[in-house]
Design a protein around this ligand. Structure first.
Ligand SMILES: CC(=O)N[C@H]1[C@@H](OP(=O)(O)OP(=O)(O)OC[C@H]2O[C@@H](n3ccc(=O)[nH]c3=O)[C@H](O)[C@@H]2O)O[C@H](CO)[C@@H](O)[C@@H]1O
Ligand SMILES: C=C(OP(=O)(O)O)C(=O)O
Length: 427
């Protein structure tokens, strides 16, 4: 098993280019099942999760080829309807094939994802949405079997919580249902917008992009098309926090600054300087006494659905707040168990107490974290530990980095490119 060895304390200077978003690539790849023909997707990041999704499409009968970040998928002849346990257990987003398979074949069998490190994560909203469209679902030996009686029928679907993949899954089923579907309290994440753009290019009729009310007029058929994955806002935010934590000045290119505005506001309050261009962000720590490592004001965050502060940046922001000059309250409202990084950060000297869904982070100031062997428990917890390691004295070893490889393309190379002393070694 590989691990990362990080020698901390070196400020980051230079430029990092942002890859396509994992959380947009996964639903857009699944959407290629909706219509026969050759679909072209650009800016697809090469990650463990996108490789898993391509493997799943292959199991279902699609054929694909990759040239750099462009993937061509031929879904003319689908031969399967099942997402097996072995794949779903490595990637929950495998459930995103349910909607397209129902739309294309009227039947799908998908292993029910279990809980994961960050929470129970049920898919009841997905299933309730399909049932509203006339689909029957039942559980058989750990698999969800979903069957439509003839063509699905449009309906009004209300989500208690604006589920991101729930919205995407139900949307993909509804675009070919008969009549009108209204999705109320839909997720407004930019990745949902990216999927809507692709579906519309395929011939779907959807109104309400970027709002919490989506109105779909079902169409008889869709066609293959060409789309591009949006830049990864979570990767963007991770590098913004990395430079705030480590000091220096980094220009982050190929990103959409508006997609990270909640984080930008918080970093400005911390005292970090940020200049936004059309597709770039320059993040720097003001120099004090010849060092770029400014004092860091502690600020509070509450994770919320978009455009609120993303839960996928909570762990990384905590790695920054442990170096603050006061107390920061970090309130996690999306997932019930997303503080697995706390125990590991404490091993590096952080002062954090968990009180239910809140973490009380008492900042220990700059230059106080010390390197340690730590273990990654999930994707963003891993990124948090990398940020802590980059800012700590001595050496930090992060094990179980396969989590990191699910969602960060070339992280080691990108960090080395801005002066970080980080290497991947065999454990
Ligand atoms: C592949 C992908 O896009 N993953 C993202 C997606 O996950 P995902 O789509 O799984 O997350 P959701 O938006 O569905 O989850 C939001 C909340 O709703 C709950 N819930 C959700 C569905 C359901 O049927 N029942 C239910 O109770 C979840 O347990 C959670 O507490 O959005 C999350 C929240 O922004 C991000 O952290 C993930 O990175
Ligand atoms: C939680 C995440 O992803 P997933 O929903 O794929 O587990 C994430 O990207 O931080």
């Amino acid at each position: 098993m590989d691990k990362l060895v990080i020698e901390g304390g070196f400020p980051l200077y230079g430029t990092v280019g942002i890859s396509g978003a994992k959380n947009a690539a996964l639903p857009l790849l699944a959407a290629t099942l909706l219509a026969p023909g050759v679909h072209t997707l650009h800016n697809v990041p090469d990650l463990r999760d996108t490789r898993t999704m391509l493997k799943l499409l292959e199991i279902l009968g699609a054929r694909w080829e990759r040239a750099g970040h462009t993937v061509r998928i031929n879904s003319d002849h689908l031969t399967g309807v099942e997402a097996p346990y072995d794949l779903v257990k490595t990637m929950r987003a495998s459930v995103l094939v349910l909607g397209p398979l129902l739309a294309r074949s009227g039947f799908a069998r998908v292993s029910l994802p279990g809980g994961c490190a960050i929470g129970a994560r049920p898919i009841n909203y997905h299933l309730q949405g399909f049932e509203k469209l006339g689909v029957t679902t039942h559980l058989e030996q750990g698999y969800v079997e979903a069957r439509g009686e003839g063509r699905m029928r449009g309906n009004t679907i209300y989500f208690d919580i604006p589920s991101v993949t729930g919205t995407e899954n139900v949307l993909m089923a509804s675009v070919v249902a008969r009549g009108e579907t209204v999705i109320k309290n839909a997720a407004k994440e930019p990745e949902v917008g990216n999927l809507i753009d692709m579906l519309v290019a395929m011939g779907a009729e959807i109104e309400g992009k970027d709002t919490d009310r989506l109105v779909v007029q079902g169409v008889d058929r869709l066609h293959a098309t060409e789309s591009a994955i949006i830049p990864d806002r979570i990767e963007t935010g991770t590098y913004m926090i990395a430079v705030a934590a480590t000091g220096g000045c980094m220009t982050i290119t190929d990103c959409i600054p508006a997609h990270v505005s909640a984080l930008t506001e918080k970093l400005l309050l911390c005292g970090v300087e940020i200049e936004a261009g059309a597709t770039s962000l320059t993040v720097s720590c003001p120099e004090i006494g010849g060092r770029s490592l400014c004092r860091l004001r502690s600020v509070d965050i509450t994770t919320l659905p978009y455009p609120g502060f993303p839960t996928d940046l909570q762990a990384q922001f905590m790695a920054l707040m442990v170096q603050g000059d006061g107390t920061s309250i970090i309130h996690e409202t999306i997932f019930e168990n997303r503080f697995m990084h706390v125990a590991e950060l404490k091993r590096m000297g952080a002062d954090i107490a968990i009180e239910g869904s809140r973490a009380v982070v008492r900042g220990i100031g700059r230059d106080k974290l010390c390197g340690a062997p730590v273990m990654a428990t999930d994707l963003r917890a891993s990124a948090s530990l990398v940020i802590a390691g980059l800012s700590a004295s001595d050496t930090t070893e992060v094990s179980r980095i396969y989590h990191l490889e699910r969602g960060y393309e070339n992280m080691v190379e990108k960090l080395q490119g801005v002066g970080a002393k980080v290497n991947k070694v065999k454990a």
